[in-house]
Design a protein around this ligand. Structure first.
Ligand code: FAD
Length: 328
C-alpha cells in the first residue's frame, strides 16, 4: 500500500488525508499543534468557547457544499447568517462550527492517523521517497510527502534541512504572502452589545478589524465571549511586541461601544503570524519538480480561506492518485 506523510493537520491536510485514505493509501498526518485544525481554532474559556482563528466559512463549490451538507446533517456545523453585501450580488449563507470552528477539524480527523505536538525539523529525500525528522527525535519515511504548512514556514524548513527547491518552485513559494493578526478573546459577565447576528467589520481606520460575539454565533451558548481581531496594520506594527497582553486595553477601547464597562472578567491574546493568505499561488497546489512525489498546498494556493484550503487538500490528493508512476 502506498504511504503518504502529510505535514499539517489543518483543513488542507485533513482533507487530503481523507481522500487518500478512501483510496487505500496508508496516510499519517503530523502537526506541531496540541490538537488538529490549525487556523480552525477554538479556545475553551471556563465553560464557554471562543473562535480565535477563522470566524465562519461559505461554500460555493459543489464539492465543499457537499461536505458542508454532510456536516450540517451531522450537527457539526450550523448556518450562522446570510451574507447580504456580496459583491457578486447573490446571497450566500455563512456557516460556523457548532462547538467552534475546531469541531470541523475534529470531525474530519475521525478515523485518520494523526500525531500532534510533533514539529517537522528536517526533511530528506531518500531513495524512493521522503524521510522527515521531528522534534521528538522520531523519523517517518513515506513514498510521498504532502506539505500544507504556510509557505514561509516551508521555506524555513527546507533551508534548515539543507535542501534546495528548483528555482521555479522556490519563486512560487516565495511569492505567497500572509498577513498577521492579533486575536483577543474576552470572557464577559453579561452579553455583549454586538448587534445581531453577532459579527461586525470595523472601519479601516480602527485598530480593530472585526468583533464577533461567540454566544450569538451559537459557539458559546452558556458563557458570553467575544473575539476581537486587530487590523492588519495594527497587527503588523505590534506583532513582535514582547508583552502582547499590554495591547489588550488599546484594542478593547476601540470596541467600547460593544462591551459594557466593567463586564470583562477574563482576557487572552493570540498571535497569528500567518492568518489570511493575501497573495496566493494561482493553482490549488504546487507539485515540486522532484523525482519522488512532493506536493505543496494549503490556503496559500488557489482561492484561499477555509474553502480554498479544502479545495487545495482535495486537489493535492487527487493529483497524487493520478500519478501514473506512483508505486502501488
Ligand atoms: C485570525 C484569522 C481569521 C480568519 N478568518 C477566516 C474567516 O473568517 N473565513 C475563512 O474562510 N478563513 C479565515 N481564515 C483563514 C483560514 O483559517 C485558513 O485559510 C485555513 O484554516 C487554512 O487551512 P490550512 O490547512 O491551509 O492551514 P493551517 O490551518 O494553518 O494548517 C497548517 C498546519 O501546519 C502545522 N505546522 C506548521 N509548521 C509545522 C511543522 N514544522 N511541523 C508540523 N506541523 C506544522 C500548523 O500547526 C497547522 O496546524 C482566518 C485565519 C485567521 C488566522
Amino acid at each position: 500500500m502506498p504511504t503518504t506523510l502529510i505535514l499539517g493537520a489543518g483543513l488542507a491536510g485533513l482533507t487530503a488525508a481523507r481522500e487518500l485514505t478512501q483510496h487505500n493509501h496508508d496516510v499519517i498526518i503530523v502537526d506541531k499543534g496540541r490538537g488538529v485544525g490549525g487556523r480552525l481554532a477554538t479556545r475553551r474559556i471556563a465553560n464557554g468557547r471562543a473562535d480565535h482563528g477563522a470566524q465562519y466559512f461559505s461554500a460555493r463549490s459543489a464539492e465543499f457544499q457537499a461536505l458542508t451538507q454532510t456536516m450540517l446533517t451531522a450537527g457539526i456545523v450550523h448556518e450562522w447568517h446570510i451574507e447580504q453585501s456580496d459583491p457578486a450580488s447573490f446571497q450566500h449563507p455563512r456557516f460556523v462550527g457548532a462547538e467552534g470552528m475546531s469541531s470541523i477539524a475534529k470531525y474530519l480527523a475521525n478515523g485518520l492517523t494523526v500525531q500532534t505536538e510533533k514539529r517537522a525539523v528536517q526533511v530528506s529525500q531518500i531513495d524512493n521517497g521522503w524521510q522527515v525528522a521531528f522534534d521528538d527525535g522520531q523519523t517517518i519515511r513515506a513514498d510521498s510527502l504532502l506539505v500544507t504548512i504556510p509557505a514561509p514556514q516551508v521555506l524555513a524548513l527546507w533551508q534548515e534541512s539543507g535542501l534546495s527547491l528548483s528555482p521555479d518552485d522556490q519563486a512560487a513559494l516565495e511569492s505567497i504572502h500572509y498577513e498577521p493578526c492579533l486575536a483577543v478573546m474576552l470572557q464577559l459577565s453579561q452579553p455583549s452589545n454586538v448587534p445581531a447576528p453577532g459579527g461586525l467589520k470595523l472601519p479601516p481606520d480602527s485598530p480593530v478589524s472585526w468583533i464577533a460575539d461567540n454566544q450569538q454565533k451559537g459557539v458559546s451558548p452558556d458563557l458570553p465571549t467575544v473575539t476581537i481581531h486587530a487590523s492588519h496594520s495594527y497587527s503588523q506594527q505590534h506583532l513582535d511586541d514582547p508583552d502582547l497582553n499590554a495591547l489588550i486595553p488599546d484594542l478593547v477601547a476601540a470596541v467600547a461601544d460593544y462591551i459594557s464597562p466593567g463586564t470583562i472578567v477574563g482576557q487572552q491574546i493570540h498571535r497569528w503570524r500567518y492568518s489570511n493568505a493575501t497573495v496566493r499561488y494561482q493553482e490549488p497546489f504546487l507539485a515540486a519538480s522532484t523525482q519522488v512525489p512532493l506536493l505543496f498546498g494549503g490556503d496559500g494556493f488557489g482561492q484561499g480561506n477555509v474553502e480554498g484550503a479544502y479545495l487545495s487538500g482535495l486537489a493535492m490528493a487527487r493529483a497524487l492518485l493520478q500519478q501514473a508512476d506512483f508505486p502501488i
